[in-house]
Design a protein around this ligand. Structure first.
Ligand code: GAL
Ligand code: CA
Length: 340
């Protein structure tokens, strides 16, 4: 047997024993919090895309930046070829990126956007995500349509007929780009289009369903019948608010057609962002008016494609997703409602 054939046979043998490990790249995915409803469905899609081509290990920081830093150090010691990071504190990316640069390990951030100047610290660092502005604008568009489209002549959803929309805002985590920008942009979009919002209260509920459920109890007590609209920075908080509203009897099938819908008296539009499965169910059931899809399927595909290119050192210009400024892959949001 010549040498080449012998080598191939050896390799096949080692592969069948599963010991050609050095060939399989090690990828580590660091999540800020695996229990976050959106992140939970998002990371599963990334895992599904990785299949057998790489060895992908998932680490949950349970909302602790300290834990995430420890995991990072451990993985650097044990050997990693690529980090996929959903940071707990996006401002912490500064030291993390410098650390990865010193070890020559590439990194793809997702969901929580590091500052641009931090990404510039290391040429092997990227961000895959969506533009928060877009989601705020789309949320506002859905509401303006629902209220008839003419700011000078709001329809029956302006319940007290004062020409303004009495609004409750449920905000995500303070300082998170999606919480800050979605909130300012949804409000700004109404103003730019001449719609008058009367913001009754803005409550921070940290993306969390249970926290929103609790806060909604107070909000209903304080503002009850005045509320004409609930804008939530994400679906999970919208779902928490809805379950509290259902308990308080906000939604009733007043016209007796066997379902909850926007024709029912006292029905209040609630809007989320993300398009998670549970939200789509609530839209079908008539409780949630609409959402803006945060397209995690496309983001997972982009992360998988970018990972492969980085690991195989192929040109990023060949990717099916454009890489902007050598740093960013942007995925569009999509508005989502259903006909009544
Ligand atoms: C947002 C998402 C939220 C939450 C947050 C976590 O993009 O809309 O539901 O998952 O990310 O960083
Ligand atoms: Ca009103």
């Amino acid at each position: 047997m010549n040498k080449i054939n012998h080598f191939i046979l050896c390799c096949l043998f080692l592969l069948s024993l599963g010991s050609c490990r050095s060939e399989t790249k090690q990828v580590d995915m660091l999540l800020y919090n695996q229990d976050d409803l959106f992140i939970n469905s998002f990371y599963r899609q990334i895992v599904a895309m990785a299949e057998d081509s790489v060895n992908l290990t998932v680490h949950d920081a349970r909302n602790s930046q300290i834990l995430q830093n420890e995991t990072l150090e451990l993985r650097l010691r044990e050997g990693s070829d690529l980090m996929l990071i959903n940071p707990v504190d996006r401002l912490g990316a500064y030291s993390v990126i410098k650390r990865l640069r010193s070890e020559n390990i590439p990194v793809i951030y997702f969901n929580r956007q590091p500052l641009h100047k931090d990404l510039l610290l290391w040429e092997q660092s990227w961000y895959v995500g969506a533009r928060a502005e877009q989601s705020g604008q789309m949320q506002a568009d859905l509401v303006m349509d629902l209220f008839g489209g003419d700011p000078e002549n709001l329809n029956e959803y302006d319940r007290n007929g004062d020409g303004k929309i009495q609004t409750v805002i449920l905000k995500g985590e303070q300082g998170h780009q999606d919480a800050e920008i979605r909130t300012s942009e949804v409000v700004g979009s109404f103003r730019r289009n001449g719609f008058k919002l009367d913001i009754l209260v803005t409550e921070v509920a940290n993306w969390d369903r249970n926290e929103a459920y609790e806060k909604m109890g107070e909000i209903l007590k304080n503002f009850g019948d005045d509320i004409e609209l609930i804008l939530s920075n994400n679906d999970a908080m919208a779902l928490g608010a809805i379950s509290r509203m259902r308990q308080s009897g906000v939604f009733t099938d007043s016209n007796g057609n066997g379902r909850i819908d926007r024709m029912d008296e006292g029905w209040i539009p609630v809007l989320g962002i993300d398009g998670i499965e549970q939200a789509v169910e609530q839209i079908q059931a008539g409780y949630l008016y609409g959402t803006v899809e945060n397209d995690s399927a496309s983001m997972a595909r982009a992360i998988a494609a970018l990972s492969q290119a980085v690991l195989e050192e192929t040109p990023l210009s060949d990717l099916p997703f454009p890489v902007e400024d050598d740093k960013y892959i942007w995925i569009d949001y999509q508005p989502f409602i259903m006909e009544n």
